[in-house]
Design a protein around this ligand. Sequence first.
Ligand SMILES: NC(=O)c1ccc[n+]([C@@H]2O[C@H](COP(=O)([O-])OP(=O)(O)OC[C@H]3O[C@@H](n4cnc5c(N)ncnc54)[C@H](OP(=O)(O)O)[C@@H]3O)[C@@H](O)[C@H]2O)c1
Length: 308
Amino acid sequence: MDKWNIDKLPSQQGKVAIVTGANSGIGYQTTIGLVKKNFEVIMACRNMQKAEEVKVKILRKHPRANIKLMLLDLSKLADVRKFADDFKIHYNKLDLLLNNAGIMMSPYKVTQDGFENQLATNYIGHFALTGLLLPLLISTPKSRIVNLSSLSFKWAKINFDDLHGLKGYSKRTAYGQSKRACLIFAFELNKRLASANYSTISVAAHPGLAKTNLDQYFPSLIRPLGSLFLQPAEIGALPVLYAALSDDIKGGEFVGPDGFQQLRGYPTLVEADEYTNDEEVAKNLWQVSEEMTDVFYLDELGRKRTNS
Ligand SMILES: NC(=O)c1ccc[n+]([C@@H]2O[C@H](COP(=O)([O-])OP(=O)(O)OC[C@H]3O[C@@H](n4cnc5c(N)ncnc54)[C@H](OP(=O)(O)O)[C@@H]3O)[C@@H](O)[C@H]2O)c1
């Protein structure tokens, strides 16, 4: 898999992708990769002005790029529902859902739905979005869901007794928990899709350490140091593109960089850990996520199971 890049991949003309947080960093670079392969890309962003500027920038270099902008704030369940409703009005298929948007180590904040903001943005919003779009995904042959995790999944387990940091908030632990949740979700979703015999797969990816705007909550004195040792976002996006596009990928796999400690490099398959693969933890997380979002996947996954 040495020096994997998208150049040799075939055109994906006719395919539709949603990229959340497509206006910056990994999402922006992934969007460029997808438009180069002729995907129609829906940039799902919370700030339309930023998204419009990025769209113009991409079109300047790739004039034939098929890009649409849609408003989505993942920290608000009402927004997620509206996005999914609007999407389903305009599209009858979805080949790729790239759950990319995220924030890191932000100050304590409770969202309008009553959730801790990092968990809400990075995980809960994507859980709801995926569930609401599931009917389209499973009716699109061989569709894929790619979930962004991070090496920092190792920073925390899922604190079921205090998911939202009410008893004490550590921004580092909260980020780790949210990225752990994304990883558990990616694997558990794939298991449920496979047991219902759908061709849709769910996979996870992490970019190692890449210079993006993710460090916006770091002290301003530290931020410039990042560019000295972090890999460029263009390389950080490769594991994500590999997870999204490679024919070698199977559902339930995890892709990261192949370099030292997975901090940088080209795409390779990586391992999670025992806790992430714990069936009881996954079951509990799924149940509490359905309750928090009021998005119940059983309709789609259950109906197919009983019919088959
Ligand atoms: N960079 C790394 O080294 C690294 C390492 C491990 C994992 N990751 C993961 O990679 C993903 C992308 O991060 P990045 O590094 O590319 O950071 P980034 O440059 O800050 O991009 C994050 C994107 O998410 C969007 N976003 C944030 N909150 C949102 C919300 N409530 N609703 C909708 N969109 C929202 C941002 O929009 P605005 O521009 O409007 O803020 C931006 O488009 C994240 O999931 C992150 O956890 C990154």
